[in-house]
Design a protein around this ligand. Structure first.
Ligand SMILES: NC(=O)c1ccc[n+]([C@@H]2O[C@H](COP(=O)([O-])OP(=O)(O)OC[C@H]3O[C@@H](n4cnc5c(N)ncnc54)[C@H](OP(=O)(O)O)[C@@H]3O)[C@@H](O)[C@H]2O)c1
Length: 258
């Protein structure tokens, strides 16, 4: 176990499974107290219990980031339980899958409500608290928005998702510029494809199998491939990194064949 995040309090949204559950585990092992949030309370409670059993300081609570009014009260509860928030991993996301010709307004809105509005207002709420608590004065505030390769490249059947993740990359830059002077480093991590619930169905299809064959390494990534970049952006090393999108994609977005 490392200790680079000892004394930090990290909030992870969408920590009930997939990458969010992995990120929470990585941050806890690095010494941070972790608040695991998602809509499925029983799943964040189970992981928080497991991590607590390994000696980590944890909390689990229900938070639907699609409801902006729910974010403040959830962060109040976290700060009452663990202390001032110093790290936000803005991870909750949905795929909004569907071809553009058939896309419904409902799916469009639901996707933007979570992937864009949810990320924006969770970042705003975290930043306000980092400033109020003095975390930002110590240049210790860290916001890591989970973007995607979809922030910079088109993915099949994911026009709304791609638009939402491009928005995440740009809000990261804008917030980083506004809050750099205040002592909060805002950056984005853009993973390539890692097999999780968000894409498992797709990789069962012919289209998914064909896409996989076009990746330079003909494989999906492992969540642990993201650990080094996550820890860099969430830790002391990010003091002078502002508004960057760090892609960790196993070469999946590199053009060309071979
Ligand atoms: N897997 C990949 O290949 C990949 C690649 C690039 C980027 N990403 C991004 O990584 C993030 C995590 O995705 P994943 O692959 O881990 O997918 P996942 O396994 O489907 O997990 C998504 C998480 O987001 C949560 N979530 C969804 N809607 C929410 C809401 N309204 N409020 C709070 N939490 C919500 C889910 O929890 P509840 O259902 O319990 O709320 C779940 O924990 C997403 O932002 C995704 O876009 C994933």
């Amino acid at each position: 176990m490392g200790a680079s995040l000892q004394g930090q309090v990290a909030v992870i949204t969408g920590a009930s499974g997939g990458l969010g559950a992995h990120f929470a585990t990585v941050l806890a092992r690095e010494g941070a107290a972790v608040a695991l949030t998602a809509r499925r309370l029983e799943m964040v409670e189970a992981l928080a219990g497991e991590l607590a059993g390994q000696g980590h300081q944890t909390m689990a609570l229900r938070l639907d980031v699609g409801d902006p009014a729910a974010i403040g009260p959830a962060f109040d509860e976290i700060e009452a339980g663990l202390g001032p928030i110093s790290i936000l991993i803005n991870n909750a996301g949905v795929s909004g899958a569907g071809m553009a010709l058939e896309m419904t307004r409902e799916t469009f809105d639901q996707t933007f409500d979570v992937n864009v509005r949810g990320v924006y207002f969770a970042a705003q709420e975290a930043a306000k608290r980092m400033i109020a608590s003095g975390v930002a004065d110590r240049e210790a505030g860290r916001i890591v928005n989970i973007a995607s390769v979809a922030s910079v490249t088109n993915l099949p059947g994911l026009s709304v998702y791609c638009a939402s993740k491009a928005a995440v990359a740009m809000m990261t830059k804008a917030m980083a510029r506004e809050w750099a002077r205040r002592g909060i480093a805002v950056n984005a991590l853009g993973p390539g494809y890692v097999l999780t619930d968000i894409n498992a169905d797709w990789f069962e299809t012919e289209g998914g199998a064909a896409q996989l064959k076009r990746f330079p390494k003909r494989r999906l990534m492992d969540a642990s491939d993201l650990d080094a970049a996550l820890l860099m952006l969430a830790g002391p090393a990010a003091k002078a990194i502002a508004g960057q999108l760090i892609l960790v994609d196993d070469g999946q977005t590199l053009p060309g064949g071979g």
